[in-house]
Design a protein around this ligand. Structure first.
Ligand code: ZN
Length: 481
């Protein structure tokens, strides 16, 4: 049995990587790595946000099967998970997380011999915490708060803004991503250097590509001037703020996208350094290295900003590179449909594990690959509550409803919305999903198929609005996701 490393870069969309054809050179090393690995061109997450997506990876199930979404964010104690099975196989299992949703409190640590919560403030030193804080002079953010209060006609806004600043200061995962990332990468080297009871199975979530975007030197300034006010002038909830109050215009969203791209350039270099370490220690040939993500990020496409609403490709098309041991499938580009939860069965195949594979996890090494990919949004109440905490009169737009998306091998896609409507796309001619058709295009997925798939996955269509009435959200109801 050989070591298996899964590096999951939270919120890294394939559409912002030149490895997948993006216009900016954000992934120079990953393009080189692709010559030694297999690049999966059409990998989809099961959800547009962290918890259901990670739960699918850990269980091999769709959100409607594992049940995690909205405010249900805890894996049940009885659930069989990938780290549990890998430990049964004799692996020394190590988990690391920079995301507070992937934590001991939410059950994601079960099955790991060791679990490092890098998101906790105590995991960072005082200087690292300080480095992540918004250090603009007080006068600047007070002036901004007053300006916003006038614009919103809300005299109480500066107080709420101040409290929000204070609250977000306590979130090093989003405001100090760089030291957390570096700590985790150092910890990975330590784990791989130390003797262990068996081959290592290591999973790490890194939050570098999650807002707030602020790449370190020398990457800062690559695509956006260092002095640009938006560099510090947004936070982890910029999408909530945008949806609730129309905060960012198209130019501002373009700047935020470029700041995000600088983060991708940084993590590309992080992977380069880690691969250099593996080669130097002669661990490279035997190791399976998996680079992936849990969902993407939107910067105005379809009216969406950030993630968690909708199942458009900007949110569910994720990168997947697998460097297999012994030169297996070296340099291949695989255009089959696959999903994040397929890594469950793939890891079991790599370990030659005598355990059942979940029905909806199809090994990347299997001869028969999956026919459909499915992504689901079961509960949007928590996001609606977050938007309403910033604008009590906010009326949810059509995208703020449960939905699922299905993509087939012919790259036809259907999005089935909770209100019973359907959008059909031909991704071969319309990769941006800008021209929905009422009826399925040739080779497409009919509504009967969409309904049958939804039914088989246990997805119960939700009447839009019903779940909104049940929401009781306080200020800042949405955490980083
Ligand atoms: Zn995430």
């Amino acid at each position: 049995m050989n070591p298996i490393l899964i590096l999951l870069f939270d919120t890294l969309g394939a559409g912002h990587m030149d490895l997948y054809g993006y216009r900016r050179p954000t992934t120079p090393f990953l393009r080189r790595l692709a010559e030694e690995a297999t690049t999966y061109e059409r990998c989809f997450s099961s959800s547009p946000w962290t918890v259901p997506s990670h739960a699918s990876l850990f269980t091999g199930l769709y959100p409607s099967q594992h049940g995690l979404d909205g405010r249900n964010v805890t894996l049940p104690e009885w659930q069989t998970t990938l780290p549990r099975v890998m430990r049964e196989c004799g692996y020394a299992t190590v988990g690391m997380s920079c995301n507070e949703f992937i934590s001991v409190g939410s059950g994601f640590e079960r099955g790991f011999d060791r679990f490092y919560e890098a998101w906790r403030p105590e995991a960072l030193g005082p200087s690292e915490l300080l480095a992540g804080l918004d250090r603009r002079p007080a006068g600047r953010w007070i002036a901004e708060a007053v300006r916003e209060a006038v614009r919103r006609r809300s005299p109480s806004f500066p107080i709420r803004y101040g409290l929000e600043r204070r609250r977000t200061r306590l979130h090093p995962v989003t405001d100090c991503a760089t030291p957390s990332t570096r700590n985790v990468l150092t910890a990975i080297r330590e784990v791989l250097s130390a003797p262990s009871a068996g081959p290592v199975f290591l999973f790490a979530n890194l939050m570098q590509t999650h807002a707030r975007f602020g790449a370190p030197e020398p990457f800062a300034g690559t695509f956006v001037p260092r002095s640009h006010p938006l560099r510090g002038g947004h936070d982890a909830w910029f999408g909530v703020e945008h949806h609730a109050n129309g905060r960012f215009d198209a130019d501002a969203l373009e700047v935020l996208a470029a700041l995000y791209d600088e983060e991708i350039l940084f993590i590309d270099a992080c992977v380069r350094d880690l691969v250099g370490f593996l080669k130097e220690r002669r661990l490279w040939d035997a190791t399976t290295l998996i680079i992936t993500s849990d969902h993407g990020e939107c910067f105005g496409e379809h009216g969406l900003v950030e993630h968690a609403f909708g199942v458009y490709n900007t949110n569910i098309h994720i990168p997947l590179l697998v460097k297999y041991p012994g030169g297996l499938k070296r340099g291949e580009r695989d255009d089959g449909i696959c999903q994040l939860q397929d890594l469950y069965a793939t890891c079991l195949d790599l370990a030659e594990a005598p355990f059942p594979r979940p029905r909806h996890s199809t090994s990347l090494l299997a001869t028969e690959r999956r026919k459909l990919a499915v992504a689901q949004v079961l509960d949007v109440g928590f996001r609606i509550a977050a938007c309403r905490s910033r604008n009590p009169g906010w009326v949810p737009p059509p995208f703020a409803q449960p939905c699922h998306g299905i993509v087939n091998r012919q790259l036809r896609k259907v999005i089935a919305w909770g209100d019973g409507s359907f959008n059909h796309y031909d991704l071969t001619t319309d990769p941006g999903e800008e021209r929905p058709a009422v009826a399925p295009p040739q080779g497409g997925i009919g509504q009967d198929v969409a309904e049958a798939v939804a039914d088989s996955l246990g997805y119960a269509p939700v009447v839009p609005g019903a779940e909104i009435l049940a929401v009781s959200g306080g200020p800042g109801g949405a955490g980083p996701a």
